[in-house]
Design a protein around this ligand. Structure first.
Ligand SMILES: *[C@@H]1O[C@H](CO)[C@@H](O)[C@H](O)[C@H]1NC(C)=O
Ligand SMILES: *[C@@H]1O[C@H](CO)[C@@H](O)[C@H](O)[C@H]1NC(C)=O
Ligand SMILES: *[C@@H]1O[C@H](CO)[C@@H](O)[C@H](O)[C@H]1NC(C)=O
Ligand SMILES: *[C@@H]1O[C@H](CO)[C@@H](O)[C@H](O)[C@H]1NC(C)=O
Length: 342
């Protein structure tokens, strides 16, 4: 009798497990930082028609407004020709491609900087992983003869957003890090003029900053144009454990607003950096308000002997504040994300 009951329960158990398996198959598996598996509701974008949607935007459109739970939009490898926008009222969207070199989105908007970016992310709590955003207006610069114009590949204005193993490719104004706390890790950013700009409060960790300033016909490029507006403004760009290289010659940055703040920390720089390092642009005479700094960098381009006299020398305490994760995250939002990035 007892063994009969066992058999009965075993059959029942297997029966239920088959449902659990089927259920799991419909979810994309994500490893949480404690190594347990969390399943996220997932929709699939596949241009060949074997997923739920054939365009990325139609998948985003399917997410309810004021969404409160993470949803994964899994984007099959492919070259997507569309403009993609995550509106303000759709937080908790996780865009997951199949690889920086495999899933990419291309657009060539260049008329209005405010609305023409290839990827516009306005919502808080956005994650993008393993996907590249391209503005092809003047990219790649070889063979492109269009007049110089802002041509944004990504415009990011939501708070608490993470970009992991993403690419941002363009020529002028590639990545508009508009505002909000952002974490970029293992990303590649390509451009020639002001190609990382805005008033974001961001850490770029182990990123590749690649200039194509060689396409500027002898003009010198600018990597950053940061837009901090006052001494109380928390914004700033911190490049940490990264690498800077490419073609042509470039400044590390110029200010976009009065109190611009940029730090390159433990970053390798090849010989593409001009000796003076930074340009004051239209802020000559007010350089003391700027915080442009380099610390612990290496490579030929990091030689600071001929840098502008007003390059900032930060205290150990300031360096500690800017380079630790708490600069963008003093409440643990990064740890709570469904993607392990630390
Ligand atoms: C997406 O497609 C899968 C398999 O094709 C299906 O099981 C699932 O219900 C679809 N999800 C939505 C939200 O339509
Ligand atoms: C974009 O994706 C396509 C399809 O996977 C790939 O062949 C191409 O090399 C990618 N382009 C870039 C610039 O990564
Ligand atoms: C500096 O950056 C490199 C490259 O990412 C990394 O391997 C190394 O641990 C960093 N060093 C320090 C002292 O943080
Ligand atoms: C840095 O540059 C100065 C002047 O350009 C040069 O004399 C010096 O040797 C360089 N230092 C290193 C470590 O290359």
């Amino acid at each position: 009798m007892a063994s009969f009951q066992w058999f009965f329960f075993l059959i029942l158990f297997l029966y239920f497990m088959s449902f659990v398996e089927q259920g799991n198959a419909r979810f994309h598996r994500v490893f949480h930082r404690k190594k347990q598996i969390v399943n996220l509701p997932t929709v699939y974008v596949d241009p060949s028609g074997h997923g739920n949607f054939t365009t990325i935007q139609s998948a985003i459109d399917s997410v309810p407004q004021y969404n409160k739970n993470w949803i994964c939009i899994y984007i099959k490898a492919g070259k997507y020709r569309e403009q993609v926008r995550i509106p303000r009222e759709k937080p908790y969207i996780y865009l997951k491609g199949e690889g920086k070199r495999k899933t990419n989105v291309t657009w060539d908007g260049h008329n209005s900087i405010a609305s023409d970016a290839t990827f516009i992310s306005e919502a808080d709590y956005t994650i993008a992983k393993s996907i590249t955003f391209i503005n092809s207006y003047n990219f790649p610069p070889e063979g492109n003869v269009n007049p110089m114009q802002a041509a944004v590949a990504a415009m990011i204005s939501g708070d608490k957003s993470t970009f992991y193993r993403c690419g941002f490719l363009g020529f002028q104004d590639t990545l508009w890090d508009v505002q909000g706390r952002h974490y970029f890790k293992l990303c590649t950013i390509v451009g020639a003029v002001d190609f990382i700009f805005g008033a974001g409060q961001s850490i770029y960790e182990r990123c590749t900053i690649s200039t194509n300033a060689g396409g500027l016909d002898g003009l010198i490029g600018y990597i950053t144009a940061q837009g901090r507006i006052s001494p109380n403004d928390e914004s700033g760009f911190v490049f940490k454990d990264s690498a800077v290289f490419g073609t042509g010659l470039t400044f590390l940055g110029r200010p976009w607003r009065d109190y611009a703040r940029v730090l390159f920390y433990n970053t390798t720089m090849t010989n593409i950096i001009v000796p003076e390092g930074w340009a004051a642009w239209s802020f000559v005479g007010r350089e003391n308000q700027l915080t442009f700094s380099e610390e612990n960098c290496n490579g030929i381009g990091s030689n600071t002997t001929q840098r502008v006299s007003w390059e900032a020398k930060l205290s150990q305490q300031e360096l500690q504040q800017l380079t630790s994760l708490s600069f963008i995250d003093n409440e643990g939002w990064i740890m709570k994300q469904p993607v392990k990035v630390l």
